[in-house]
Design a protein around this ligand. Structure first.
Ligand code: HSE
Length: 441
């Protein structure tokens, strides 16, 4: 018989039920492969019906998380409550009670990672969190061990399936943001309240965690530049497509001469970019190391079964002692690392897509070109289609793609352009993200 690992679960919603089912279905095979018998001793959910739904025997179900935390038989607590309220208490109390913790809670680790890790360290316990980023995609493991020989130069990720689904629908089917969101909700890809996803907040949480480990620094989530997808207009996705670009919500963490650039924003990538073909609810993450070069991770970033797969992988890692060993010995978690130097958004050098709604009159293009030229912004492509004379407006869209320029200069140019009498609407600006250079210093 394999080594027994007694597990308690707090939170038996979608992912928790997946964990219960996975252990039931695969436990024997996992034991055969790993020599570990993962036994689910107790399951807490404030709605016990959830645990029943997953087939947990009645005597193992409780509505009281404390009953899991205080159970002397349990050595590992899986926290799948989510959020930074009660979940934080459950995690801290479990660590103090001498239990290792496995969690999928990105918000908790992004905001309170330092406190959680230092509590674990003080109690000679560990926290494993593979499921917090990229759902079922093993991402923390390569950053923690497989790529440890490298200095990481950048992480580029499609880290939110909800946003990627919506953008794919808008891009491929020409749907409006509102239509695509509604459909995503109807198909279960988006939450009834999708704010955390569509605002870029969820991507920011995951990026902060990944960047902390990849760059070995204590990232402050509030220092990330975060833009969501709510304001995107399908006409820009169509215009970008015409020019050979696909729009993705990217989380980007990159070493630059000015410091660590940490940002989440809608991005146009060329259609042959490694992340461009990640469609629907899938996630994909590129990690660039100075020895390995480009590595790419792809898969389902959410959902009951994929996320359960990551949680159970962590249980094995904890049961084997690997998670504890690396937790204790490696200096990569934010309780033992320093804050990075943050690069400012104003200093960012990137290419831009800009759409202006302008009056169709002589001299308009000259005024626009001058405003960009005055700020040292070089235009790479300019497109103006025939005006739509049937909609009663004298405004036509002019789409501009720039060469690489400084973001602060672009903001100044757009402020100036927005004030011109010939400009009818607020300019739209979307950053164009080129493929990262594989080997950088
Ligand atoms: N809501 C997230 C997504 C999954 O849509 O990808 C959990 O982080």
């Amino acid at each position: 018989m394999g080594k027994l690992v007694r597990v308690g679960l707090i939170g038996c919603g979608t992912v928790g039920q997946g964990v219960v089912r996975l252990l039931h279905a695969e436990g024997a095979e996992i034991e055969r492969k790993t020599g570990l018998r993962l036994e689910l001793v107790r399951v807490a959910d404030k709605d016990p019906a959830q645990a029943r739904k997953a087939g947990v025997p009645e005597e193992r179900i409780t509505a009281d998380a404390g009953a899991v935390i205080e159970d002397q038989d349990i050595s590992v607590v899986v926290e799948l409550v989510g959020g930074t309220g009660a979940a934080k208490d459950f995690v801290v109390q479990s660590l103090r009670a001498g239990k290792d913790v496995v969690t999928a809670n990105k918000a908790l680790l992004a905001r309170f990672g330092r406190e959680i890790h230092s509590t674990a360290r003080a109690n000679r316990r560990c926290v494993a969190f593979e499921a917090s980023c990229g759902g079922g995609i093993p991402l923390i493991l390569p950053l923690r061990t497989g790529l440890i020989a490298n200095r990481i130069s950048a992480v580029y990720g499609i880290l939110n399936g909800t946003c990627n689904y919506i953008l794919t629908e808008m891009s491929q089917k020409g749907k409006s943001y509102a239509e695509a969101l509604k459909e995503a909700q109807a198909s279960g890809y988006a939450e009834p309240d999708p704010t955390l996803d569509v605002s870029g907040g969820d991507t920011a949480h995951k990026l902060a965690i990944l960047a902390s480990i990849a760059f070995g620094c204590d990232v402050d989530i509030d220092r990330l530049h975060v833009e969501g997808i709510q304001e995107l207009d399908a006409q820009d996705l169509a215009a970008g497509r015409e020019l050979g670009y696909v729009c993705k919500l990217l989380g980007i963490a990159a070493r630059t001469d000015a410091g660590l650039s940490l940002r989440v924003h809608p991005s146009f990538v060329r259609k042959d970019h490694p992340l461009a073909s990640t469609s629907g609810s899938f996630n994909a993450i590129s990690v660039y190391g100075n020895w390995v070069g480009h590595t790419l991770y792809y898969g389902r970033g959410a959902g009951s079964k994929p996320t359960a797969s990551a949680v159970v992988a962590d249980l094995v890692d904890v049961g084997l002692g690997n998670a504890g060993r690396t937790f204790e010995q490696f200096r990569i978690l934010n309780d033992v690392t320093e804050p990075p130097l943050y690069a400012s958004m104003d200093g960012l050098r990137t290419r831009f897509y800009v759409r202006l709604m302008v009056a169709d009159r002589p001299g308009v293009m000259a005024q626009i070109a001058k405003a960009f030229g005055d700020k040292d912004i070089s235009l790479r492509a300019v497109t103006q289609h025939e005006p739509n004379l049937t909609n009663g407006s004298d405004a036509v869209p002019v789409v501009v793609l720039t060469h690489e320029a400084v973001e602060g200069h672009m903001r100044e140019a757009l402020r100036e352009i927005a004030g011109l009498a010939i400009v009818r609407d607020k300019p739209v600006m979307i950053r164009v993200v080129e493929e990262h250079e594989e080997y950088t210093a």
